[in-house]
Design a protein around this ligand. Structure first.
Ligand SMILES: NC(=O)c1ccc[n+]([C@@H]2O[C@H](COP(=O)([O-])OP(=O)(O)OC[C@H]3O[C@@H](n4cnc5c(N)ncnc54)[C@H](OP(=O)(O)O)[C@@H]3O)[C@@H](O)[C@H]2O)c1
Length: 303
């Protein structure tokens, strides 16, 4: 299949591109820099130069493809509204380009905010509608295209898609620990994070491309819910730092922007995804990755 991938140079996207190329697909990656274009070309992928805000380029890339996997995100944590607006506009452009073609459109999403006090499942619809909601309500917008001749598939990634080289949330929490000289956890540390190794997430994306039906919500979740205290203890071990509770009132001050997420209870299951696609995650656990040193020398996205 000719697959157009946005975010092809990213943490998840680069693994997805490898997976797709390995499966014999022809990949065109959206790239906004010479450096990422060169990496893509060295792998044997094609390049479409363009920015997320260049909607004409995104539309043209989608029109020229037999499938689209949308993983790009501005991740502007100082201005989430800008990230959400760009996300929504890109999803609208891709959906418009694919309408009536029955072609696959897989897009990144998450599990945050889907439920309160219990693990999120694939049956839980996103409560986020409209441009002012988290991620610009892009999952629901994309799923609307399932009724307009698009094989939309939502990829709900666990809040940590982990592994050696990760520059995301766990790397950022690790950097805070290093900076503060203490590995903190929010409150009593019983709030949980679901997790998945990057290799398992990339494998799920390829399976979803091949087999998931229109309207599917896939959970890229290998571990349902790891207490944040366990995460902080592993980070403390890996850095040789003490571990301590951070009072709820101090979470923002201590952790900065990542505190919003680290303080949330974000468990999720993937029973339906495993059954639907015969997906069985086999990668290392989050604690295993931290203990193996995958985070003790890494640079997070915030730096
Ligand atoms: N990683 C996780 O744990 C996790 C968890 C839940 C959901 N997600 C979601 O999964 C998706 C992929 O995440 P990721 O961890 O792979 O993110 P990432 O490593 O930060 O990669 C982001 C990608 O988007 C591209 N990008 C950023 N701004 C762009 C712009 N203005 N125009 C064009 N491309 C732009 C980046 O290109 P450059 O290489 O040029 O910067 C990069 O390829 C995102 O939607 C993310 O929110 C990730």
């Amino acid at each position: 299949m000719r697959v157009f991938v946005t975010g092809a140079s990213g943490w998840i996207g680069s693994a997805v591109v490898d997976e797709l190329l390995g499966a014999g697909h022809e990949v065109t990656g959206l790239s906004r820099s010479e450096a990422s274009a060169a990496v893509l070309q060295s792998k044997g992928a094609r390049v479409r130069r363009g920015d997320l805000d260049d909607l004409a380029s995104i539309r043209a890339g989608a029109e020229a493809a037999e499938a689209v996997i949308h993983l790009a995100n501005k991740h502007d944590w100082s201005n989430p509204a800008a990230s959400s607006a760009a996300e929504r506009a890109a999803v609208q452009a891709i959906g418009d380009a694919l309408a009536g073609t029955d072609r696959p459109f897989l897009l990144a999403s998450g599990v945050a905010g889907l439920t309160q006090g219990r693990p999120a499942t694939e049956d839980d619809p996103s409560p986020f509608h409209g441009p002012d909601s988290p991620r610009g309500g892009s999952e629901n917008l994309a799923l609307e295209f399932a009724d307009r001749g698009v094989r939309t598939v939502s990829l709900r990634f666990a809040p940590t898609v982990h592994g050696a080289g990760d520059h995301g949330f766990i790397a950022t929490i690790t950097a805070v620990a290093r900076e503060k000289g203490v590995s903190g956890y929010p409150g009593d540390g019983t709030n949980r994070w679901a997790a998945v190794h990057r290799s398992d997430a990339a494998g799920l994306v390829a399976l979803g491309l091949a087999k998931a039906p229109a309207g599917a919500r896939l959970h890229a979740v290998a571990e349902d819910g790891i207490p944040t205290r366990d995460i902080a203890e592993a980070i403390g071990r890996s850095l040789g730092l003490p571990v301590t509770s951070i009072a709820p009132a101090d979470i923002q001050g201590h952790f900065g922007w990542i505190g919003t997420f680290f303080g949330m209870d974000l468990p999720a299951t993937s029973t339906a995804t495993r059954e639907l696609l015969s997906w069985e995650p086999t990668g290392p656990t989050l604690i295993g990755d931290i203990d193996a040193g995958g985070y003790s020398t890494r640079t997070p996205m915030a730096e």
